[in-house]
Design a protein around this ligand. Structure first.
Ligand SMILES: *Cc1c(COP(=O)(O)O)cnc(C)c1O
Length: 368
């Protein structure tokens, strides 16, 4: 296949599961063949073994160090995806009579809100960007907050609509609960107001099967009643995330991904690279009216660049197929937002973004 930079490498812009650094794939393959020189594959190793427990402990420590998480938080390695957290958060954090606030900024926030309704807890929508098809992030002064809310739930990066909080909102007194599935480990974050941050690993932090929950210790004990054992944070915290069999291989891939981030110089360096990569694409989008970004500039995501070809939407499938011929794959938008989407997580190279930017310019030259 002909590729944009003639390296023969495909540039994978898929939203998730998404691309991984080449070094991570290579080292993960070693872990499958022979984990820690023990002569056994990690895939056939007991989660109670010394070797696995060491890996998991190191991965948890690396998470806390890399994210500069202050004292007082635990990290849990769970399963069930972010979608399971939509139910676990309200089940654990809300007791009888408690209520929570949610900000709706897209499909995933809506699902979190639906799930709070499904488990029957009291909750309110403090603000929603649905009025303009989730193209913006409500400002702090637009939030209608309940002073008694136990938490305020936000989605830090909206994978489908391509918006992202530039920083966590500093409003009210309730701790923030953040679904960070699609910008996990993409930038340093301020933990002061965060009570719980969760995300599936498969977009920016590894592979599917692992959900990371980072929770302030005072929120761990379950306030809900009748919550099944597996759905309780205190079950997993008390057992060091070994209450049942954890997704052992996905934990290895997370650890390798975090080691790769350390080699890049940590989250501040990765963040700078992400800003540069995104700017290459947004510059083309802003170049003239041929492309149009979905997100308002102030709310643009550094992870998912969502755009369309407003003058002729029929050109969008043509864009996807011609890009594919040049090795630029995974560019179709989500059915809820339509158009085109380039997911440019940590592992996407500058060359990949430059290749896509050049393709966009050439495509515009030909069809604009
Ligand atoms: C992908 C995604 C989810 C769903 O994650 P699963 O791990 O598949 O349950 C939830 N929230 C956001 C922001 C996502 O991008």
């Amino acid at each position: 296949m002909l590729t944009a930079d003639n390296t023969g490498v495909l540039h994978n812009f898929s939203p998730g599961p998404a691309l991984l650094p080449a070094a991570v794939l290579e080292q993960a393959a070693v872990g499958i063949a022979d984990f820690c020189g023990a002569g056994l594959s990690l895939l056939e190793l007991s989660h109670r073994s010394e070797a696995y427990r060491r890996l998991q402990g190191e991965a948890m420590e690396r998470w806390l160090r890399l994210y500069a998480v202050p004292e007082g938080y635990d990290v849990l390695f769970l399963q069930g995806g972010a979608s399971t957290q939509f139910a676990m958060v309200p089940l654990n954090l809300l007791g009888a009579g408690d209520s929570a606030d949610y900000v709706s900024t897209g499909r995933w926030s809506e699902k979190a809100i639906d799930e709070a309704a499904a488990v029957g807890v009291r909750h309110r929508v403090a603000a929603s960007s649905a009025d303009r098809n989730h193209s913006y992030i409500p400002r702090a002064d637009q939030l209608d907050l309940d002073a008694a809310a136990r938490y305020l739930h936000i989605t830090s990066n909206n994978t489908i609509f391509g918006t992202q909080y530039p920083e966590s909102p500093a409003v009210g007194t309730a701790p923030l609960v953040i679904d960070a599935s699609s910008d996990l480990l993409s930038r340093p974050i301020a933990w002061e107001r965060i009570g719980l941050l969760y995300g599936g690993a498969q977009k920016n932090a590894g592979i599917s099967g692992l959900t990371v929950v980072c929770i302030r210790r005072d929120l761990i004990s379950c306030r809900g009643s009748g919550v099944p054992t597996m759905m309780r944070y205190d079950t997993h915290a008390a057992a060091d995330s070994l209450y049942n069999t954890p997704p052992t291989f996905a934990v290895l891939v997370l650890d390798l991904t975090m080691r790769w981030i350390e080699e890049q110089g940590g989250l501040a360096m990765v963040d700078a690279a992400n800003r540069h990569k995104a700017s290459l694409l947004y510059e083309v989008i802003d170049g003239d009216g041929f492309y149009e970004g979905h997100a308002e500039p102030a709310a643009r995501s550094l992870m998912n660049v969502v755009f369309r070809i407003p003058a002729d939407r029929a050109l969008e499938p043509e864009f996807v197929s011609r890009a594919g011929e040049e090795g630029l794959i995974g560019l179709e938008g989500h059915r809820a937002a339509g158009g085109l989407r380039a997911s440019i997580y940590n592992a996407m190279s500058v060359e990949g973004c430059r290749g896509l930017a050049e393709f966009m310019v050439a495509f515009r030259g030909r069809f604009g």
